[in-house]
Write a protein of this length. Sequence first.
Length: 177
Amino acid sequence: MPRKLLNAELNRLTPQAYVHAPKLPIVLVLDNIRSQHNIGAAFRTADAFCIEQICLCGICAVPPSAEIHKAALGAEDTVAWRYFSETVEAVQRLHQEGYTLLIMEQVEEAYRLDQFVPQKGTKYALVFGNEVRGVQQEVVDLGDGSIEIPQFGVKHSLNVSVSIGVVLWDFWVKLSR
């Protein structure tokens, strides 16, 4: 019977080592995410896949926050982040910094996630939208493309924190080959 590993056996990075560790060339852009739990979960997932940073935009709460910390479990202290009052400003800045802007949204001509192949050496900014309204149309208009997670049940949306996990895992697998 397999034995559950102890935390000490997982060989995790220290917070100091994490800062200097190589990062996946991805920035998460959170467009008006209202739930601090979802923001905290985004930090924790960003830490798990060692991405560059998170851009918190609009109504997103920012650390320090007890509610963010409940889900992030300290990842808000290790994952780099910055705040923008407007998501449009964030994506314009990221374009200037050389990022390819991909909108995670159900839109016309979206790539299916399972069919999208990220290119090694390309920096990506992945935009995730509000829990109810999704990504603002003016932000969609600025994107270099859109990606949709295929879904096959009655519901046609996933919780934003779940979507972040699915997409980052997919990018990590494809970029780590």
